[in-house]
Design a protein around this ligand. Sequence first.
Ligand code: ADP
Ligand code: ASP
Ligand code: MG
Length: 411
Amino acid sequence: MPVLVMKFGGTSVANIDRIHRAAKRVALEVAKGYDVIVVVSAMSGKTNELVGWVNETSPLYDAREYDAVVASGENVTAGLMALRLQEMDIPARSWQGWQVPVKTTSAHGSARIEDIPPDNINRKFAEGMRVAVVAGFQGISPEGRVTTLGRGGSDTTAVAFAAAFNAERCDIYTDVDGVYTTDPRICDKARKLDRIAFEEMLELASLGAKVLQTRSVELAMRYKVRLRVLSSFDEYSETAGTLVCDEEEIMESNVVAGVAFNRDEAKMTLTAVADRPGIAAAIFGPLSEAGVNVDMIVQNISEDGRTDMTFSLPVDQIKRAEKAVMQATGRGDYTFSDLVTDDAVAKVSVVGIGMRSHTGVAARMFKALSAERINIKVITTSEIKISVLIDRKYMELAVQALHDEFGLEKA
Ligand code: ADP
Ligand code: ASP
Ligand code: MG
C-alpha cells in the first residue's frame, strides 16, 4: 500500500482534544488506503519546560542526559496518539526512536539521522498495522544512547521517514496554513505561497523562518520528497497549504520570495588585533572548537598594522565565546585591546532565486532600511540572499519595510 507521512507539530497535539482532531485527519488518509507514518512533536511548550528543568538542575549539563530528558516529550504524544487511533478501531502502535531504530550520529543535542532501516515497521504494516506513530526529534547513537536532532527536529524526522519509506508525500501539519512571504505573526501583510522552491525554503529556514527545520528541507531536496506545509486547524483539501518543490515546478515568482529574521543574535568585536596572515584562523579556530556558531564576519581596514574583527553569533553563546577568546589569548595565540559585545542585534534577510538574474536588490534593500533610519551593522550576501545585522528593536520595522519594498503582498 502507498505510504504517507503526516507530521503534527506542538500546537497540533497541544492537548487531548487536539490529538483527537489530528487522529481524525489520520483516519481520513487511512480510509483512502494509505499506510500512514504519523510523526508527532511534544505538546507545545513541553520541550521548553524540559530544557528549563535541565538548565535549572545542571547549567553545564551532560548532553547525553539533556537528550534523555528532552526527548521524553515526544514519547508522551506518540503513545497518546496511538491510543486515540486504537479507540477509533485503527490498528496503530507507537515507536520511540530507538525502537525503529532511527540511527543518528552521537552529536547530542543536534544529532543527524544516518539511517532508518524500514524493516521493523514494514513487518508490522504487513501484519495489518495501519499507522505507525513515531516520536519525532529523537534517535539512538552508535553508543546506544538517546539523541535529539536540534530544536524543530520533528520536521526532519518526518522527511527522513518519507525518504526511507518512499512515501507518496510528507505533510507537515502546523499552526499556520502554509509557508508565507514572512512570518505572519510579525507582518500582517504576509502572503501565503502556494509553492516555494527547495532552495528558497532552505535559505529562509536557515535564516530563521522556523516553520521548517533547515535539515528537513535539505533532506527533502536531496531525496526528492514531496513536502507540503499545511494547517491542522483548517478544513482539509487536496490543494491546501504550500508545496515545497523544484524550481521548475514554479511558473513565475518575484525576485524576492521572502523575508526571514533571527531575533536572537549577538555581535562581538575584538579591537586592535594584529593584521597578519593567520589571524583569522587564530581567532575563529578556537571559537569553532568551543562549539560557537560564528555566522557573519567583517574585518576593518587596518591602521598601523592593527585591525578590528567583528563577528555575529547566537546570543546564548556569548559566555562560551568569551571563554574561548580568553583562553586563546591566555595561550598567546593573539592579542587585542577590547572585547566589545552587543547582545541586542537581529539579522534580517531577503531571499529569492530571482536574485541570480536581477541586479540592484541589495541597493533597494539598503535604501528601504535607510528610509526607516535603520542603521546596518554587518552585511553578508550569497547568490540568492542578502542579510543585514541591525539593532533588535528595529527588527519588526525592517521586516515590514522590506516586505513593502519588494511588493511581497502581491503575487
Ligand atoms: P510546529 O510546532 O508545528 O512545528 P513551529 O512553531 O515550529 O510549529 O513553526 C510554525 C511557526 O513558524 C508559525 O507559527 C510562524 O510563526 C513561524 N514562521 C516563521 N516564518 C514563517 C513563514 N515564512 N511562513 C510561515 N510561518 C512562519
Ligand atoms: N519538540 C521539539 C522542539 O520543540 C521538536 C519539534 O517540535 O520539532 O524543538
Ligand atoms: Mg517546528
